[in-house]
Ligand binder design. Structure first.
Ligand code: ATP
Length: 232
C-alpha cells in the first residue's frame, strides 16, 4: 500500500514555475530518498506535499486520502511528521519545553521514550534550544516530529552542517524508523549516506524527476553519485 503518492505536481513561487510535474511514491515501510542539486526543487516538493506551499496542479494522497489542498495541521493530524530544513526548534524554550509543543496523536511515542532514543537530549533537557549543537538540534527536531506518532516522517536535509559522527547518529535513528513502522521520505545532500539506508531513490533536476529506482542501483552508478555528491 502507498503511504504517500504525489502525482504531477506543478508548483510556482509567483511567476516562477519551480516543479514541472513531479510524481513520486512512498510505500508503507519504505525509506525513500529524494536527491538533487541545490535549487533542484527538493524543498519545494516537500513543502507542496505537507501543505505549506500550494501546488497549482497535481495531487497528493496520504494512505489513499486526497490531501492536496489541506492545510499543514490537518496533514499533520493524519500522521505526517515534517522535520524542516534548518530544524526550526524554539531557541528560547528548553529541550523539555520544545517537546511539549507538538500536536498530540495517540501512539507509542511519549517524552520518556524520546529520551531513551536520544540520551543526549535527556542530558540536556533543561538547556535552551539555542544552546544545543547542530546535531542535538536535529535530534530535537526529529523528536518533536515523532511525538506526533507519525506514520510517515518527512525529513529535509537532516545531516546539513553536521560533523560526520553526528551524521551517522542521525542516520542510525532514521534507519530505525523502519522497525517502528514509520515510512520515511528523506531529502539529502549527503548522497552516499542517504542511498545506503534508502530502499529507493528519486533524483530531481530543474523541477523534474530524472531518475527513480532502487537506491542500490543508484549507488552502483559511481558517475551519477559523484555528479550529485560533488567531491564528497
Ligand atoms: P536546496 O538544496 O538549496 O534547498 P532544493 O532542491 O531544496 O535546494 P528548492 O529550495 O526547492 O530547491 O528551490 C527550487 C527553486 O525555487 C530554486 O531555484 C529557488 O531559488 C526557488 N525558490 C525557493 N524558494 C523560493 C521562494 N520562497 N520564492 C521564490 N523562489 C524560490
Amino acid at each position: 500500500m502507498s503511504a504517500l503518492e504525489v502525482e504531477g505536481l506543478h508548483t510556482y513561487y509567483g511567476k516562477s514555475h519551480i516543479l514541472h510535474g513531479v510524481s513520486l511514491e512512498l510505500r508503507e515501510g519504505e525509506i525513500v530518498t529524494l536527491l538533487g542539486r541545490n535549487g533542484a526543487g527538493k524543498t519545494t516538493t516537500l513543502r507542496s506535499l505537507v501543505g505549506l506551499t500550494r501546488a497549482r496542479e497535481g495531487a497528493v494522497r496520504i494512505f489513499g486520502q486526497a490531501t492536496t489542498d489541506w492545510p499543514p495541521f490537518r496533514i499533520a493530524r493524519l500522521g505526517l511528521g515534517y522535520v524542516p530544513e534548518g530544524r526550526r526548534i524554539f531557541p528560547n524554550l528548553t529541550v523539555d519545553e520544545n517537546l511539549r509543543v507538538p500536536i498530540e496523536r495517540p501512539g507509542p511515542w511519549d517524552i520518556p521514550r524520546i529520551y531513551q532514543l536520544f540520551p543526549r537530549l535527556a542530558q540536556r533537557k533543561t538547556n535552551k534550544g539555542r544552546q544545543l549543537s547542530g546535531g542535538e538540534q536535529e535530534m530535537l527536531a526529529i523528536a518533536r516530529a515523532l511525538l506526533l506518532n507519525p506514520k510517515i516522517l518527512v525529513l529535509d536535509e537532516p545531516s546539513q552542517g553536521l560533523a560526520p559522527l553526528i551524521v551517522q547518529e542521525v542516520f542510525r535513528v532514521v534507519k530505525s524508523m523502519r522497525q517502528e513502522g514509520i515510512s520515511v521520505l528523506l531529502v539529502e545532500q549527503n548522497v552516499r549516506a542517504a542511498v545506503e539506508i534508502a530502499d529507493r531513490a528519486y533524483v530531481l533536476d530543474d523541477g523534474k524527476v530524472v531518475f527513480s529506482g532502487p537506491a542500490a542501483e543508484f549507488a552502483k552508478d559511481e558517475q551519477r553519485v559523484r555528479a550529485l555528491a560533488g567531491a564528497s
